[in-house]
Design a protein around this ligand. Structure first.
Ligand code: PLP
Length: 453
């Protein structure tokens, strides 16, 4: 940084402006929902922002506050119910500011031991909750897609060691997240989809049928992926059945719990996740249903040594780190430099305690069941499947995709909610993905009522 970029007087003014802005954003209840702008609108309203002389921090902040931020949809608005939203606790988001201010390198123990220690406590907490042994461990990566990639890269290495090189395929549900398909493409392997049936989950038998289908194509399974909370429906595969099959085949068992595995922290729901304790690896995303800001995926291996063998990078300048016997997070995923992105969750969990997390998760699930009952009571609506976690999927009888689309546009332009259509086997529907403790029954009823207008 040149001294010109570090003028204490102007830095002080800008710091105050930024903190005021952040503080005001935390005060909003609810935050503005806002919505997307077109590239042309942004070009005409914002124009070219990068110039040789710079516009000054306060001008850049004003542009962000007045033009850029309103062209984003606030994922923490209680009416943001599409995809899987994010609703961080204030403690988690505040601490994200601290992480940025602290400039910590989270890739090695040498540089980041205090941060890595705290992140690892969260990973150990999750591993213990889900029944993995104390030796389990991993790293926080950017998101579920990269978590799945790293876990399945280790799977390929390990299963190739056990069985020799083969034409590999990953067995997963036809309702598994699209990232599994992308991971297979990156790894140069195939996927074989097991039929999820009417109920939307796979187990021992459907996965076994997929293994037979794969064999007919000359493919050998290297991993079974169980989804603990499908993205579209929040339905949990029969993890115990899948674990049993993976064991019989001497292959890897990975659980993609990016959205739903957080639900296993609710004691009454833990049974639905039986089999998770046998996973060779799992992921769960704090930015989905653990009330942390983007972007974070907790990736945990039963035997982290295998991950270290796969991912450790070697270079002259890295050897002082590699010599250390301590935990270097960069060894446990396809990453090297990293922000200690697990810290916002650590801070919030340490602040509020796990009990408050369990209550907030339970509240979301209870609300999902309440609104599902309301949907069932309305003759013009049809619940597509009973919710297991906090996603509720329903149809308006007689509606086609364009009806959902125009209703969805209206909801956003009225700034009431962001609810997009989705579909199952080509049939359109819509869904409420509830991960925000501020989302109320009354708001969901208002959204349902708006379908009649
Ligand atoms: C089950 C599941 N797996 C993986 C992902 C991908 O996660 P990310 O968007 O963080 O890459 C998602 C995203 O919604 C998901 O629901």
């Amino acid at each position: 940084m040149t001294s010109e970029m570090h003028n204490p007087q102007s830095a002080d003014k800008l710091r105050k402006a930024i903190f005021d802005y952040a503080s005001q954003r935390f005060d909003y209840n609810p935050p503005p929902l806002d919505g997307p702008a077109t590239p042309d609108q942004l070009l005409s309203q914002v124009g070219q922002t990068i110039t040789e002389q710079g516009m000054g921090g306060e001008n850049a902040l004003k542009l962000f506050a007045e033009k850029l931020a309103p062209a984003t949809i606030s994922t923490d608005h209680p009416g943001f119910l599409s995809f899987i939203p994010a609703a961080p606790t204030e403690a988690a988001s505040l601490f994200d500011l601290v992480v940025s201010a602290s400039s910590i390198y989270g890739g090695s123990w040498l540089e980041g031991s205090g941060a890595v220690y705290a992140e690892n406590q969260v990973l150990s907490f999750l591993a213990k909750e889900f029944g993995l042994p104390p030796s389990a461990g991993g790293v926080f990566v950017q998101g579920g897609t990269l978590g799945n990639l790293s876990a399945l890269a280790v799977a390929r290495e390990e299963v190739t060691k056990r069985q020799g090189q083969k034409s590999w395929t990953i067995i997963c549900s036809e309702e598994a997240h699209s990232s599994i398909q992308s991971v297979a493409m990156v790894l140069g392997v195939q996927t074989t989809k097991a039929a999820s049936g009417e109920a939307g989950f796979i187990g021992y038998e459907s996965a076994q049928r997929a293994v037979s289908d794969a064999a007919k194509q000359g493919l050998s399974p290297m991993a079974i992926v169980g989804t603990a909370g499908t993205t579209n429906f929040g339905i949990i595969d029969d993890l115990a059945g899948l674990a049993k099959l993976a064991k019989e085949l001497n292959i890897w068992f990975h659980v993609d719990g990016a959205y739903g595995l957080a639900g296993a922290l609710i004691p009454e729901l833990r049974e639905k996740f039986n089999g998770i304790e046998q996973a060779d690896s799992f992921i769960v995303d704090p930015h989905k249903w653990l009330f942390a800001p983007f972007d974070a995926c907790a990736l945990v291996y039963r035997n982290p040594v295998l991950a270290k063998q796969t991912f450790s990078q070697h270079g002259e300048y890295l050897e002082p780190i590699n010599k250390s016997i301590e935990w270097n997070p960069s060894d446990y995923a396809f990453n090297l430099s990293r922000r200690p992105r697990g810290l916002p969750l650590w801070f919030s969990l340490a602040t509020h305690g796990a009990g408050k997390y369990r209550s907030a998760l339970r509240q979301n699930v209870e609300l999902a069941h309440e609104i599902a009952q309301e949907i069932e009571s309305r003759p013009d609506l049809r619940l597509v499947r009973k919710p297991q976690l906090s996603v509720v999927v329903f149809e308006k009888i007689g509606w086609e995709l364009r009806d959902y689309e125009s209703w969805s546009e209206r909801l956003l332009s009225d700034q009431l909610a962001f609810v997009l259509p989705s579909s199952l086997r080509g049939k359109p529907h819509t869904r409420f993905a509830i991960v925000n403790p501020q989302t109320s029954f009354e708001l969901l009823v208002e959204i349902l009522d708006s379908m009649d207008k």
